[in-house]
Design a protein around this ligand. Structure first.
Ligand code: NDP
Length: 269
């Protein structure tokens, strides 16, 4: 039986095993998918033990190990390179291929909302790992302009310098006031602490979608704020989670699982 796993710490609440089992059921594929929560110092050992098993095909990696997973990969896709983080590993011909599918998941879920990214002005709030993973897929989706802002502006500037295309710009307070974004994405971890990032210079009046990468049973503070300030609609990151998992599943199995029934089922929990 093909073996898969997700590595992270804490890992107890991860939805990844449930999501991947649902994908596998769509194709009647028998798989095992376990949660592995190594101690801080034991990630590399645990990963190597997992892949020593001849049946081990691939794994997902979540916080805090995504940067260290990148160090373990023999090859990287473009999104992983720019993100400096790997969330999917695939063992092929004894080599570990590293991918970052978070941004692919984000783009797919924005499309799930009926929103196109091509020729849109997108504002990305936050410049951590998730933001880094999103930048390359957003640019690939053909956005007209991608502005990045962050509590620590140097990190936003650094990303734009690395990307080095004229339509990816770091914006601080004065610039934000006149940006008029069509799509505003919260990639900060503020929602996890039931907080808002600083939004006072950001206008939601022309915003057709306010997207929070965090997810919870109830709308996040960011979603509620955005709609109150004029955003046409808002969404949380549950669909992104399922879509990034689907992209990983495709890498491992070459199959394209249906995501909608999985998202709907998780919403009912
Ligand atoms: P990181 O720790 O790498 O980055 C955190 C970011 O949030 C930084 O830009 C940080 O700013 C900013 N931040 C944190 N607290 C605040 C605050 N109170 N006000 C303003 N900015 C703040 O985290 P990740 O990038 O890995 O994750 C970010 C979010 O994305 C999390 O909510 C995570 O759950 C979500 N996520 C969702 C996924 C999905 O599939 N739905 C996948 C991956 C992530 P600074 O640089 O100044 O510290």
């Amino acid at each position: 039986m093909n073996k898969f796993a997700v590595f992270g710490n804490p890992i107890a609440h991860s939805l990844s095993p449930t999501i991947h089992q649902m994908f596998a059921e769509q194709y009647s594929l028998p798989i095992s998918y376990e949660k592995i929560g190594p101690d801080e110092n034991d990630f590399e050992n645990a990963l190597s033990t997992f892949f020593d098993d001849a049946d081990a095909v691939g794994c997902n990696v979540t916080a805090p190990f995504k940067g260290r997973a990148l160090q373990q990969a023999d090859t990287l896709n473009k999104a992983a390179e720019l993100a400096g983080a790997v969330n999917t590993l695939y063992k092929k011909d004894r080599r570990l291929q590293g991918f970052n599918t978070d941004g692919i998941g984000l783009v797919a879920d924005i499309n799930n909302q009926g929103v196109e990214l091509a020729d849109k002005k997108v504002l990305l709030i936050g410049a951590g790992g998730a933001a880094r993973g999103a930048v390359h897929p957003l640019l690939e989706a053909g956005v007209k302009a991608l502005a990045i802002t962050n509590r620590t502006m140097e990190r936003a500037t650094q990303i734009c310098e690395e990307v080095s295309v004229s339509h990816c710009i770091a914006l601080d307070k004065p610039g934000l006031m006149s940006f008029d974004a069509d799509i505003i994405i919260n990639s900060t971890s503020a929602s996890l602490h039931n907080q808002l990032p600083d939004l006072q210079y950001i206008s939601f009046v022309k915003c057709e979608l306010a997207y929070d990468m965090a997810y919870s049973k109830d709308p996040t503070l960011f979603m509620a704020y955005a709609e109150k300030e004029g955003a046409t609609m808002s969404a949380d990151g549950l669909g992104m989670l399922v879509e990034q998992a689907a992209a990983a599943f495709t890498i491992w199995t070459e199959k394209l699982p249906q995501t909608r029934p999985v998202i709907d089922k998780l919403r009912q929990r």
